[in-house]
Design a protein around this ligand. Structure first.
Ligand code: SF4
Length: 283
């Protein structure tokens, strides 16, 4: 059957071949207890993270490009995916963290019919997802964790090939913001948290992203301003991306978020911009 799930709407028959997202069936790159998610997601550092392969965005600087650009990993059925959720929970996972699963939404819904986790389920997304697709998965999700990467459509087109990214992500975040917030014992168990990766030489765009967020989500919602950008991927044509973010750039973005009244901001120190924090996909 032709697939029109994500905003690309490429119409590929994924029974026959991979779509523009790079995959056919559910492809799991890695599933393990991930220690490096924000503390409000996993206070004890045991995030039951499932990294999915493929992506319908094509960020030139993707920190996970080994798995986002190809069907690397293992193809599983919805029933097997349900078993992965159960195994992670049995291992002590504090959540089930679905990383870039936007292009598998109908299959995810089926997986939850085989195993419904007892810990919060996190939909960890690049933000390039339609409201129609979110409606399908919403009953199974406790916490939305979208990125909001760019304000400028031109910048989005330059770095991802998707000029509609800002409009799609803003609409998706408006949808996600309807999820009631539940914070218990230092853990976000329901609601919305937004991530923004600060890029070198683009702090003005980051500020415009924050302007939009200030009108879209509650100022009390967790806001994660990521400093982990590490030069990698297809950045040869973009010399400004060949370095890490400076202290001055990062502080400018954090201070702007504070000036807008965001009260629950998560920051990273400069040491987070290290390839060693990127999962080893071959383990
Ligand atoms: S999810 Fe993949 S196959 Fe479906 S429309 Fe998007 S890019 Fe195409």
């Amino acid at each position: 059957m032709k697939c029109f799930l994500c905003p690309v709407k490429c119409g590929t028959d994924r029974e026959l071949r991979a779509g523009a997202c790079g995959v056919r069936g559910i492809t799991v790159a890695k599933a393990y207890l991930h220690p490096f998610e924000e503390p409000f997601l996993s206070p004890h550092g045991k995030s039951g993270t499932v990294f999915f392969s493929g992506c319908s965005l094509r960020c030139v600087f993707c920190q996970n490009f080994e798995v986002s650009r190809a069907a690397k990993g293992k193809e599983v059925s919805p029933r097997e995916l349900g078993t992965i959720f159960r195994d992670l929970e049995d291992m002590g996972a504090e959540n089930i963290d679905l990383v870039t699963a936007d292009h598998f939404i109908p299959q995810l819904a089926e997986a939850f019919s085989y195993f419904r986790p007892h810990v919060p389920v996190i939909f960890n997304s690049g933000g390039y997802v339609t409201e129609e697709a979110l409606s399908l998965i919403d009953p199974f999700i406790d916490v939305y964790l979208p990125d909001f990467k760019f304000f400028s459509p031109l910048l989005a087109e330059k770095f991802t090939g998707r000029k509609d990214y800002p409009a799609v992500a803003e609409a998706a975040i408006r949808f996600m913001a309807k999820k009631p917030s539940v914070f218990e014992n230092g853990q976000l168990k329901g609601g919305l948290a937004v991530r923004h990766l600060v890029l070198p030489a683009h702090t003005e765009d980051s500020k415009r992203v924050l302007d939009v967020l200030s009108k879209t989500i509650p100022r009390s919602a967790p806001l994660s301003l990521m400093r982990q950008y590490t030069p990698m991927g297809d950045i040869g044509a973009f010399p400004e991306l060949a370095r890490r973010v400076t202290d001055r750039e990062y502080e400018k973005v954090v201070n702007y978020a504070l000036s807008l009244g965001f009260s629950d901001i998560y920051t990273q120190d400069a040491a987070s911009a290290e390839p060693s924090f990127i999962p080893n996909w071959d383990e």
